[in-house]
Structures are given as C-alpha cells and as structure tokens.
Unconditional design. Structure first.
Length: 180
C-alpha cells in the first residue's frame, strides 16, 4: 500500500505548499518506507524530482522538499507526492517514487500505488527491481495497451513531456483514486 497525492495550480495558490506538507504527514498511514515529490512546471515543460528513503514526517523537513513544495504555489504547476510501503524491492532512493522513464519520443514522470504480480517474468521485467518502474516503462512504451499486461492492484498517475497539458490517471477496481 502506498499513498499518491497532488495538486494542479492553474493560478497562484498560496496554500498549495501547506497542502503538500500536510499530505505527506497524513499519507504516512499508507507508507513510511520512502517519500518523493515531483514538481512539473507546465510553463517550461520541465520537472524537478526529489526522493529519499524516509517517512513523510522526515521528508518534509528536508530543504529540497520544502523548496519543491513551495513551487506548488505558482501558476501552471503540477506537484505530486508519493509515500511508499515497500511491497516489492528494497527500500532505497532508486526504488522510491516518482520514477522518470526516458523514452524514444518523450519522457514520462509517474508513480504507482498497488502491487503487480508476474511482471518480473515478462519481457524486460528482469531489468527492474520494482513493479512500479517496470509498469511505468511499459506505459511509456505502449501507451494504454500496456494495461492489458498488468495483473494485480494499481492506481497510476503520470505526466508526459510530449503532452504537457494532460495529467494521466488510471486505476483498477483494487485501488481507489479520487479527483477533487
């Protein structure tokens, strides 16, 4: 079980950083093994990503995390956070979310809540140490047809730099996902 949350600020939102900070704290009930944040600047079509193998309450005291959360207050930002409960793979920075998947045509930044099964035996699966990174690489490569290969629980959120005005979300019946 993991926690995924975020905020899209079309115009300046002075309390967005408070939302991000509070979300890291309250989401600790969903995972304490690692935390990560990505800030996508839609104006520049670029992102900043930071992740550590620490619980949310420690992550929010980090100066980089504070700065990235503050960026959420500006117009044209997508700021997403993730707290991890390690169900697959070691607790490490490389296994923390979000992941950046560099593709031939575009790059994808995303995160996952859930546990997939059978992924390691699928083509290319052995290159990855966690199901989430494998699945996001499949989404980057194959688009929505990648979901035909997924077995298990999932809720995904991702952004692609070739379609900057779209934030993608997908889930199956085994994981909740709310947009408010």
């Amino acid at each position: 079980m993991c926690g995924v949350f975020g905020i899209l600020t079309k115009s300046a939102e002075h309390n967005a950083d408070d939302f991000i900070t509070n979300a890291f704290m309250t989401s600790m009930v969903r995972g304490v093994d690692s935390s990560g944040i990505v800030n996508v600047d839609l104006n520049r079509e670029s992102w900043l990503l930071h992740k550590l193998p620490v619980a949310g309450n420690h992550f929010i005291t980090d100066n980089v995390t504070k700065r990235y959360a503050k960026y959420a207050t500006a117009a044209g930002q997508i700021t997403m956070g993730h707290v991890r409960a390690a169900t697959v793979g070691a607790v490490s920075i490389s296994n923390a979310h979000p992941f950046v998947i560099e593709g031939d045509k575009a790059d994808l930044v995303g995160m996952h809540n859930g546990t997939l099964t059978g992924w390691a035996t699928k083509p290319g699966g052995s290159k990855y140490s966690v199901d989430s990174e494998w699945a996001l690489s499949q989404i980057e490569e194959k688009g929505i047809s990648a979901f035909e290969e997924f077995t298990g629980a999932y809720a995904f959120v991702w952004w692609r730099n070739d379609d900057k005005d779209t934030l993608y979300m997908a889930r199956n019946s085994e994981r909740p996902l709310a947009v408010v």
